[in-house]
Design a protein around this ligand. Structure first.
Ligand code: GLA
Length: 388
């Protein structure tokens, strides 16, 4: 992949001195879904798949961007002086340009432009954070090329800021954090209320993490996602009239049960219930993992999916089919949707000897019910952004 992206750079922009190759990972979340914008816990890990980039500084104020995945889009060229607002013409480049814009908002203004080529190996629209990996990649490249003093954690926060304020998705911090802070063979137990975190080794003896992609074509993720988030914020505002809390993640299950009557809209109550229970489930799951009780971790993954299906309403028939068929298979320790939902992927922990049967049986049932194929990948937990 390194040579491919360097060759891609050369093909678009010619030989350039000082061009370097970079990588930033995608992520999969093991448990703790739709908790990160509620001040709750998440438990994602970085993957060894992600976005590769090759970049070099220029002597003028031009930025030129090219994606080897979307080569028909061609080279997008823009001046540093013309990126104050996102342009519909800019397509995918609004992600890197949003990061440049957000760096400037933080006082890190670019004096000169740059050329960048990217090449990703995260399946498109799979919900494995191709956009967050592109944001983190861009932030990492800007730090390297311009010598800005900015930590990986800040690169994550800047990426989120640009996605919220430039690209219009009100996402939480999980994806960018997982990409920027990833550590090989470890998941990140992150408290989104204060960004405190610890690494938890994932030692799956005799089992692997398998991702199944629904390959669902049309997703309405952003608008539905933003709607869920607003509903949680409304629920919080109502509860805050009676309770001293900063986020739904501050509530224990007992506190929620004792106060849920304050949420008179039944749908809102269900959404808040998910946020509270999922947060507690995530804390419990990480404890189970530390205690070596992977079976219990798996049960909590299933409960997480059920809550996302029944209360939070972000799964849909494609994700439900993948998860529900997986639960039937001996050797599947746990399975659930991962990421925002409405399509994208499930994550499963599957015993080595069951993986082939898992892919075959779930794959066949999926095709029978949904009418097209799911795709399966066995993944590994990798490191955060790096020069390669
Ligand atoms: C998307 C968002 C994250 C998080 C998940 C749901 O991936 O980008 O911030 O909210 O959905 O857990």
């Amino acid at each position: 992949m390194k040579q491919a992206v360097l060759d891609g750079f050369k093909a678009q922009f010619g030989e350039k001195e000082g061009v370097k190759a970079y990588f930033a990972p995608g992520r999969v979340n093991l448990i703790g879904e739709h908790t990160d914008y509620n001040g709750g816990h998440v438990f994602p890990c970085a993957l060894t798949i992600g976005t590769y980039g090759a970049a070099a500084k220029r002597e003028d104020r031009t930025i030129r961007l090219f994606s080897m995945n979307l080569d028909r889009f061609g080279v997008y060229e823009v001046s540093l002086d013309d990126i104050e607002t996102p342009s519909p013409k800019a397509g995918w480049t609004n992600y890197p340009l949003g990061v440049v814009w957000a760096f400037a908002k933080r006082g890190m203004k670019l004096d000169k432009g740059f050329d960048m080529v990217i090449n990703g190996n995260i399946p498109n629209g799979s919900g494995l954070s191709s956009s967050a990996s592109l944001e983190v990649l861009t932030g990492f490249i800007l730090r390297d090329l311009y010598g800005f003093e900015v930590s990986n954690q800040d690169i994550a926060l800047i990426g989120q800021y640009s996605e919220n304020n430039y690209n219009g998705c009100n996402c939480g911090i999980m994806d960018q954090f997982a990409s920027a802070m990833g550590k090989e063979n470890n998941a990140i137990f992150l408290d989104t209320a204060d960004l405190s975190f610890e690494y938890a080794p994932i030692k799956l003896e005799g089992a692997k993490i398998v991702i199944a992609n629904t390959n669902k074509k049309h997703k309405l993720t952003d608008s539905q996602y933003n709607a869920r988030r607003s509903m949680c914020e409304e629920a919080l505002a109502i509860l805050q009239k009676s309770l001293d809390i900063k986020g739904l993640g501050d509530l224990s299950i007992e506190e929620f049960e004792a106060n849920k009557h304050l949420l008179t809209d039944p749908d809102m109550q269900k959404k808040a219930k998910h946020a509270v229970y999922e947060n507690q489930r995530t804390i419990e799951a990480v404890k189970a993992l530390k205690d070596g009780d992977i079976e219990h971790f798996g049960k909590l993954m299933r409960q997480s999916h059920e809550s996302l299906r029944d209360d939070y309403d972000v799964t849909g028939i494609e994700l439900d089919t993948l998860a529900e068929e997986a639960w039937k298979i001996p050797g599947v320790i746990g399975s659930r949707m991962t990421g925002g939902g409405f399509g994208g992927c499930t994550v499963s922990i599957v015993k080595d000897e069951a993986i082939e049967n898992f892919k075959k049986t779930v794959g066949e049932e999926y095709r029978r019910k949904i009418g097209y194929d799911a795709t399966f990948y066995t993944v590994e937990i990798g490191n955060g952004p790096q020069v390669i």
